[in-house]
Design a protein around this ligand. Sequence first.
Ligand SMILES: Cc1cc2nc3c(=O)[nH]c(=O)nc-3n(C[C@H](O)[C@H](O)[C@H](O)COP(=O)(O)OP(=O)(O)OC[C@H]3O[C@@H](n4cnc5c(N)ncnc54)[C@H](O)[C@@H]3O)c2cc1C
Length: 327
Amino acid sequence: MAILLPSGVKQNIKLAPYTTYKIGGPAKYFCAAKSEDEIAEAVSWARKEGVPYFILGGGSNILVSGRGFDGLVVKIQNTTYNISPYGGSPAGRQHTKIEAEAGIDLPKLVKATIDSGLAGLEWASGIPGTFGGAVRGNAGAFGGEIKDIITSVRFLDENGGIKTIDNKDCNFSYRDSIFKQNPDYIILSATIKLEAGDGKALQKFSKETIEYRASRHPLEYGSCGSVFKAIDVNSMHSEDFEKYPRFRDLIKNDPFPVIPTACFIDEASLKGYTIGGATVSTKHPNFLVNYNNASSQDVSALINFVKLRLTDKFGIIAEEELQYVGF
Ligand SMILES: Cc1cc2nc3c(=O)[nH]c(=O)nc-3n(C[C@H](O)[C@H](O)[C@H](O)COP(=O)(O)OP(=O)(O)OC[C@H]3O[C@@H](n4cnc5c(N)ncnc54)[C@H](O)[C@@H]3O)c2cc1C
């Protein structure tokens, strides 16, 4: 029997253009949801019909299968934000509250806060994707993390109810949150708290950060950024660790020692290692890039190859930061 589609749901939409890898087959159903109501309506339809669904932000942390996704992709496109004074803190500092919907581009939100002379989100300059995706994965860079500025998150729960929880209930940790642990929780919006800062200094920092990223990251190719999370040194056997003085030097004076996976990939001489159209970037070895019309299998085979090599050579288990879709 033909399935009755709600308004706004299209069929057979190619996903590759919606991802930064520029890889992936079609979604059977696709809905660009521009408001909370449209998100809730699309998800409720899928749940009622027993259609699998996937929540898509900016597509900057996913690898979509060449076969596509046999269900509904809900592209989160609610983009309103509001900047309002928060009042003085006990320390006498002025805070500002920003309520932002999940679908706003993170770079746009970062720019808006910097243009308003607000400090606290500038470290995120140059991170692609949506605000909601960044909250879900507790995005971070240069010592900053989303968890440090979130006050509360509003989300759709597994029963279609809307809840708001405070930062302490979000279970944030390194690239993790309660929303990642519960894929049926869909972030609708969140509130962050920033402090008054020096607008000119923030703008300079942001510009330099974006330039630094451009100099270190292979932005000319499709990618999802770093494929693997950093490695917790405590997970390594001490004899493996002792063999590589370079790693010892990296964690000197670090109370929570982690080593960027890029260092292990480099030490394993995997820079430039290629499978089909996917290659380990020579510029930043934790970027496994779409070098030449890579298929999703090329990328996933390369990821698996790198993981095996790192386990063989260093006894470590590299864990993916990216999410697989339709595999
Ligand atoms: C060049 C480059 C540089 C990068 N640098 C960094 C960096 O420095 N630091 C960093 O942390 N990351 C970095 N990333 C990775 C990526 O940008 C972040 O993980 C980003 O926050 C993902 O957001 P997104 O909207 O693109 O999510 P997507 O890729 O669309 O989705 C990722 C996951 O989040 C889920 N999701 C998305 N939106 C929601 C929502 N509203 N509610 C519930 N679940 C949702 C999806 O279902 C999926 O499981 C980089 C990526 C690239 C390509």
